[in-house]
Design a protein around this ligand. Sequence first.
Ligand code: GLV
Ligand code: MN
Ligand code: MN
Length: 413
Amino acid sequence: MTASGNLRVNGERLWRSLMRMAMIGATEKGGNCRLALSDPDREARDLFVSWAREAGCTITIDKMGSIFARRAGSDDTLAPVMMGSHLDTQPTGGRFDGVLGVLSALEVIRTLNDLDYRSERPLEIAMWTNEEGSRFAPAMLASGVFAGEFSLEFGHSRADRDGRSVGAELERIGYLGDEPVGGRDIHAFFEVHIEQGPILEEEEKTIGIVTDAQGVRWYEVTLQGVESHAGPTPMDRRRDALVGAARIVERVNEIGLAHAPLACATVGMMEVHPNSRNVIPGRVFLTIDLRHPDDGVLDAMEAEFRARSDEIAAAAGLDLECEKIFAYAPVAFDPGCIEAVREAAAGLGLGAREIVSGAGHDACYISRVAPSAMIFTPCIGGISHNEAEDIKPEWAAAGADVLLRAVIAKAGA
Ligand code: GLV
Ligand code: MN
Ligand code: MN
């Protein structure tokens, strides 16, 4: 069989699996809440593992809780071709972010089983722990440990806002595996993902050939003022941490706009203490997310953000602590893997274009230890990290078809 043959996944089976997985942690507005290492995450993992076992795969779990489902190759001593993504979601997440990449990979293996096709290299599906970084910062934590960006101790010690650690939660849900994290050869890695932006749909293209991903930096800021009574405290005597935070939000937005059209700058999270209507806020915690495809521009954005927030804090009589907790430079994916995606899309006659990822993905870290590329599919209205996130079944099938051919091209007959 050749990769240019009439090779297709079973799109209906893929869609049924996506819809079944979406029942776990389903929200009232039609999305999903499966925060990393929560009970719904455990349930999603259990379902994935049961499906992968049914498909004849061998399961291993590493010390970061990432799951690897392996289908033997005809030469099982060769390094595997790996494909996958994540099953965790944002608190108000959609049904496809991450899930599409994991279940497309499963569909590739199910299709190869149907065809009784054995690749020369083994194939592995990877389900990476805590991609979203919503409950446990930073994002792409387990793929980062796998790629040597973070130590295992760092990974296990990350804690949510209630103080529960990754290590303890992995143990609680029964996914603290015993495999070492990383340190093994991977021949190639492919991740299918929804674009999470509007470009493919607007240009009526079904496949995004992802060449690069933009750089990301995350900061945590704590502003400390003084709590006091909202009535008797005169306006000119206040050290109101929320007023300082509001000004920082405004400046961060301006920094994003000042570096248009490619920059993004977001305050996504804020905690106000004591959060009582008649107490002047004494302390505010907020998070900042800066993105740009050029590291030099990110340096400039960071310098502006630090200078402006220091000025704001000084003017409002606040103490400011700012910590950069996560950063990765823009990523260039592997030319050979990109070519495999391009050829697969062309062989299927699918409309495709090159695209730069705005979001972070596990492939960004895996690209440091294995030749990697990504396959984007459109999403309706470019909406993602939103319960309304939606795609068409034919887009999902097209992404999995491209994955199938790219993987076979790399895994050999
Ligand atoms: C991951 O979803 C990110 O881009 O923050
Ligand atoms: Mn994702
Ligand atoms: Mn996401």
